[in-house]
Ligand binder design. Structure first.
Ligand SMILES: Cc1ncc(COP(=O)(O)O)c(C=O)c1O
Length: 457
């Protein structure tokens, strides 16, 4: 049923896929982290087909991008309608109605600290990393002498130099770049599951991140009035789909208020309805000063948004920051259609409902399968972490589960050391979700049968 070709698992009889992969490896950068031998031919809703015609359920959604699924008719319609009018104009130089329409839609849905909808303003780039770059530059551009930024270990904010300066997910992302911009301190992220002492401010681990910032950064290293911003993923994505301690985000908000520090919420993976709210911080009733959004915003079109209140955005003067393609008419038209689809089809509610269904099923897996150590998430952003009986990560087991699931017709992706992410398109139905979870469980069961004795040693 399977064969390994150039280090990747392929299906038997997938000569066409293997030929494409071989050519790919000769022509394209080896920096891409390919998972297994899936070669895409087409997609519809929450299903995809490879070039041999095999069908798969998609639990990855192009890294949590395809909020409206593959080729939603309203998204295809929006692309066609805009493409027939014009594709590019240079929205930095001229006024562009689809960009404005998106800015106005974001005013309605973005909960920004201290701002009424009419006071919300957006800068558009082309990607998540660009949205983060813009947020960091904007925070440092504010009047005063605040240039320092605090970020969290485990965080992934992108790979361009500025975004990389706040990323501390895997050393391979930073290795080899001695000139990553400075002015950044990383502090421990208070993952709910990692606390060894049973709650906030315990003395057993670093779960009191806010206390850590006060004690070790503000008191000993950088005065609060030199700190421009704290950037945080409300739920760490690439770090392993990790929820924070319950009181962490409200306390972080208070700390920022106390010292006049801007709170930047990186909602690139967790935002745009994935957790059942437009933006993930709403799950803790916290409003950031700046939201960065991308992935799910564009249903697959490249777009990034840096969203804040007027007073902050208006520090920038013309030319202080811009991008040729940022907020291009096509991507913006699609993002407007994306928000419409999410709203009109009740997909935020669906993410909550199907998220509960999925969590229940996965918690049953946890009861029945010793390898399943953690099941955690909000809405349709759910992590399943595999560990050995001592709580140590077992990445080879997680990777084998993903390989085996692929062979059985499920596309999944890892996150963190040993976690599998469940992040399907928000249009997924309960029956497809069930089918995907059945595949996943059968793979876990088979692999436990084959490998668990060795792992448990
Ligand atoms: C939370 C978060 N921030 C930023 C990024 C970077 O986005 P991009 O890959 O579009 O540059 C990612 C990408 O995975 C992400 O998950």
């Amino acid at each position: 049923m399977a064969n390994v070709f150039k280090g990747f698992t392929f299906r038997d009889g997938s000569d066409k896929s293997q030929h494409i992969a071989e050519r790919d490896m000769r022509a394209l950068s080896p920096s891409y982290t390919r998972s297994y031998g899936f070669v895409m031919d087409r997609g519809q809703g929450s299903e995809v087909w490879d070039v041999e015609g095999n069908r798969y359920i998609d639990f990855a959604a192009g890294i949590a991008v395809l909020s409206t699924g593959h080729c939603h008719p309203k998204i295809v319609e929006a692309i066609n309608a805009q493409a027939q009018k014009y594709i590019h104009i240079g929205a930095t130089d001229f006024f562009c109605p689809s960009q404005l329409a998106l800015g106005e839609r974001l005013q309605q849905i973005s909960p920004i600290n201290g701002a009424q909808p009419a006071d919300v303003m957006t800068y558009f780039g082309n990607s998540g990393a660009e949205a983060v770059e813009a947020a960091l530059k904007l925070a440092r551009y504010q009047p005063g002498n605040r240039h320092h930024v605090i970020a969290f270990y485990g965080a992934f904010h992108g790979r361009t130099m500025g975004a990389l300066s706040v990323t501390a997910s895997k050393y391979i992302q930073r290795k080899g770049y001695p000139h990553i911009p400075g002015g950044v301190d990383h502090v421990p992220y208070p993952a709910k599951s990692a606390c060894r002492g049973g709650g906030a401010a315990c003395s057993q681990c670093w779960c009191d991140a806010v206390g850590f910032i006060e004690e070790f950064i503000i008191k000993r290293k950088v005065p609060a009035d030199e700190i421009a911003a704290i950037i945080v993923e409300p739920i760490q994505g690439e770090g392993g789909y990790l929820l924070p301690q319950d009181d962490f985000l409200p306390r972080l908000r208070q700390l920022c208020d106390q010292h006049g520090i801007l709170l930047i919420s990186d909602e690139i993976q967790a935002g745009m309805g994935r957790t059942g709210k437009w933006f993930a911080m709403e799950n803790w009733d916290v409003k950031p000063d700046i939201i960065v959004s991308a992935k799910g915003l564009g249903s697959g079109m490249p777009i990034g948004a840096t969203i804040t209140r007027r007073e902050i955005m208006e520090a920038w003067v013309p030319g202080a920051h811009a991008s040729t393609f940022g907020g291009n008419p096509l991507a913006c038209a699609v993002a407007v259609a994306t928000i419409d689809v999410l709203e009109n089809e009740g997909l935020l509610e669906s993410a909550t409902r199907l998220g509960e269904y999925t969590m229940n099923r996965l918690n049953e897996f946890k009861q029945d399968h010793p390898s399943v150590a953690r099941v955690e998430g909000k809405g349709l952003m759910i992590g399943v972490e595999f560990t050995d009986p001592h709580g140590q990560p077992i990445p080879q087991f997680r990777d084998e589960v993903a390989n085996r699931a692929f062979l059985k017709g499920l596309i999944s992706l890892g996150a963190g050391a040993s976690t599998m992410r469940i992040a399907p398109p928000l249009v997924i139905t309960e029956s497809l979700m069930r089918e995907g979870l059945d595949i996943l469980e059968s793979c876990i069961a088979e692999l436990e049968e084959e490998m668990w004795d060795d792992i448990a040693g």
